[in-house]
Design a protein around this ligand. Structure first.
Ligand SMILES: *Cc1c(COP(=O)(O)O)cnc(C)c1O
Length: 421
């Protein structure tokens, strides 16, 4: 049924792991064998029809793919401009595109004979996806998470542990994602013979950006076929939110060879450019080239090369670097960048909920907000695709706070009262 690997899937392997002046692999000597083993395995997998077929059929039977492309007729009518289609990655098992990558990498791990997965997680979504696929494929899992992030995202900690994973708090530095990455790498140095490191986004040292782009390409491959089917032509613009960059690359990839399709990545504008509280590395023009975390990309850093603190209402977009693939595509002006502020995101979320009955994740709502900001420049015959990377019911605490929902606040007070809080 899925016998041939679409050409688009291998498109972003990079030239020796370099994407223009970005990417590469800056890793400690001791990890070179681990990276060589993965690179060799990935090179073989990229051309292995049986592997692709097994991947697609597990996605179909376990995760519910292909995900639909929904025509947002009421939203389309609301603006009276472009026809809006929504790619429904929220309908994946565990509620986001992250499962595509975790599942693909767990299959790579098994092919390499590994019995254990490790992963870093910030908001916990990638940790939950990794714990889920570890359970499904019979692997053990250790998830590193900053203590601070564990406090903020306790529901995900609960689920990871219940799914059988060992969640290890990281208690140094800022106790967030970057410290969790360091700790996962430290583990890997002494465990790579039995253990695969499942990186969560299209960043990090080569070959991880290429691997993640390969597995996430399924999004755009489906979306292109679907939009051709329902609209009869390619879209004029495709929007996706950008944290590390995996859902954006996933959906953009299939459209890259078609120059007439504009591709727009939407970053976290947070409290706005001047506030300094954001994670817009490219859209605000503030990311500077540098090498960190094993690769070269645009990082938000100060004059001395110290990484800056980032902020977003959407935990999944709160990242200091960005995929080297996107940094290069931005430099070559093939992908455009826009930022959406927290306020714009909350407003877009309310509109999407009430007109379409969809609840996008706060991350994904950035893609909607970016599209809405540009909708005035559209004509009625335009076709746009918005990638809805995940579902938003996980964001109930943040959204209820953002909307100042009194019923919810009273509920939380009653609940904490029950526990003597
Ligand atoms: C993690 C996450 C993102 C951000 O990650 P990318 O690698 O940039 O895709 C976006 N949307 C959702 C729903 C997420 O969980």
């Amino acid at each position: 049924m899925y016998s041939s690997i679409p050409a688009e899937a291998g498109l972003l392997s990079g030239d020796n792991g370099c994407y223009g002046s970005y990417g590469g692999s800056f890793i400690p000597e001791i990890l070179v064998p681990a990276f060589e083993e993965i690179t060799a395995c990935f090179e073989a997998v990229k051309h292995d029809e049986a592997f692709w077929q097994a991947y697609c059929s597990l996605l179909a039977d376990y995760s519910g793919r292909p995900t639909p492309l929904t025509y947002a007729d009421r939203l389309t009518e609301h603006f009276g401009r472009a026809r809006i289609y929504v790619k429904r990655e929220d309908l994946n098992h565990t509620g986001a595109h992250k499962l595509n990558n975790a599942l693909g990498q767990a299959m790579l791990a098994k092919r390499m004979g590994k019995t254990r997965l490790i992963a870093e997680t910030g908001a916990g979504q990638h940790g939950v996806a990794t714990a889920t696929v570890a359970a499904k494929l019979g692997l053990s899992a250790t998830i590193y998470m900053g203590r601070e992030d564990m406090e903020r995202q306790y529901a995900n900690v609960f689920w990871m542990r219940r799914l059988g994973a060992d969640v290890v708090p990281v208690d140094y530095g800022s106790r967030t994602l970057k410290d969790a990455i360091n700790e996962a790498l430290r583990d890997w140095v002494s465990s790579f013979e039995t253990t695969h490191y499942v990186l969560g986004t299209a960043s990090g040292a080569h070959p991880f950006p290429a691997i993640v782009a390969f597995f996430q390409s399924i999004i755009g491959i489906e979306a292109k076929e679907q939009v051709l089917g329902v609209a009869g032509r390619l879209p004029d613009r495709v929007y996706a939110c950008v944290g590390g960059g995996s859902n954006a690359i996933g959906v953009f990839q299939a459209f890259l060879p078609h120059d007439e399709v504009r591709l727009i990545g939407v970053e976290a504008g947070g409290q706005g450019k001047r506030s300094g509280r954001h994670a817009a590395r490219i859209a605000y023009g503030e990311g500077k080239p540098g090498v960190a975390q094993g690769y070269r990309t645009l990082f938000l850093q100060d004059g001395d090369g110290q990484m800056l603190d980032t902020y977003s209402i959407a935990a999944g977009l709160d990242y200091v670097g960005v995929s080297p693939i996107l940094a290069d595509l931005a430099e070559r002006k093939r992908v455009e960048f826009e930022a959406a502020t927290d306020d714009e995101v909350i407003e877009a979320l309310e509109l999407v909920m009430k007109t379409e009955g969809l609840i996008p994740a706060l991350e994904s709502t950035h893609a909607f907000a970016g599209a809405f900001k540009q909708i005035a420049d559209s004509s009625k015959s335009d076709v746009i695709v918005i990638n809805m990377s995940g579902r938003g019911d996980k964001d109930i605490f943040n959204v209820a706070e953002g909307l100042r929902d009194e019923g919810w606040t009273a509920f939380i007070q009653r609940k904490s009262g029950q526990y003597g809080g």
